[in-house]
Design a protein. Sequence first.
Length: 426
Amino acid sequence: MSRRIHSRYDRTLADAAIGNRPSRLVLRVRRFLCPSTECGRRTFVEQINGLTTAYSRRTPLLNEILERIGLALAGRAGARLAARLGVHIGRSTLLRLVRALPDPSPNTVEVLGVDDFALRKRHRYGTVLVDMSTHRPVDVLPDRRADTVAEWLTTHPGTRVICRDRAGAYAEAARAGAPEAIEIADRWHLWHNLAEVVEKTVAAHHHCLQSTIAPDPDVNRTTVEEQQQAADELIAARQKNALLTERTERRFADVAALKGQGLPISAICRELGLARNTVRRFYRAADVTELLGTPRAGRPRLLDEFSEYLHAHFNDGQSSASVLYEELRTMGYRGGYTTVRDYVRLLRQAGAAPIRKPVPKVRQITSWMLRRPDDLTDAEQIGLKQVLAGCRHLEATAAHVTAFAEMLTELRGDNLGLLDGRGQGG
């Protein structure tokens, strides 16, 4: 059906702000009128390309700016930035703009990064896939099972390199979905795994540093050394009888007994009601001391930074827990009176407090060994040298860390086999 369309010019007013000044933009556009009574739309308004769109409250340029803000900062942070720029928009509107964007065209991902993340920690996990060439995520999978990742690799061929952690499920998925792809470990996981091993090594040899730090030369060694040894043994026994240590020893005994009966890890999990990772750690440990390395080395306690002051005043004759507690509070102690009272009670039973220079904590030593030497302060460099001089095993570990860091940062993977011949003794 043919129809005639008449047009007329209308004035359109638009309020805006330019340079924080209220402004009004006046446009002269055409409005088309359809004389047909059967037409569903009687009015057709002329749109200005790049400035107006039908049924829109924002210009295309402003809409594109808000989309970019939403992509970069998401809802709340994006709404705050937009408000500072003079555009008042809600966080939900920003998220709707992001959701309305079309999905990017699927391209072949030659270097694929695979890692898991927690949707609900220890209950539900997913898998994120990242294009390592652009460092942008390409897909999110609902779980971290091998068949799910393998199916994605099969439907998206062309992957030549898969960058993953050491999880067995992802290794199986790579072999099934992309058997010709090269599997590599990313540098973050390599360094993270190294940090865990270094911390365990420092914890296992932390006792070497206790023996290398000499007591105060002003005290009578012949009469005080026995008291100091007794105090050390008493405090160590208190740590050994802690609830965490007792539970660890009990679980290790249970797992070792079932392991001696020939039961696999899965059967032990069902028998003891423990998680698989927990049972695997106890199952593979040769001795309970491997599991107690970190607790025996001592976690940071509130009294640690005040122990030198506490021991010195106790040996000077001040054995009142309440007086020592008030003195420690003026120095910034944030713990309770009960902690000080129990600690002073142990010193009374031993007869004296160990007079030794404070030994750096496990994590502090680990941090020194894993950081760049140029990033350490002068005091930290001196402390690291003293630690390495006091234990040859830690000195060898530091040599391994330095060699591996140089290989990792300078991308010299061909020297991996040479690390076995450096820093022997760790």
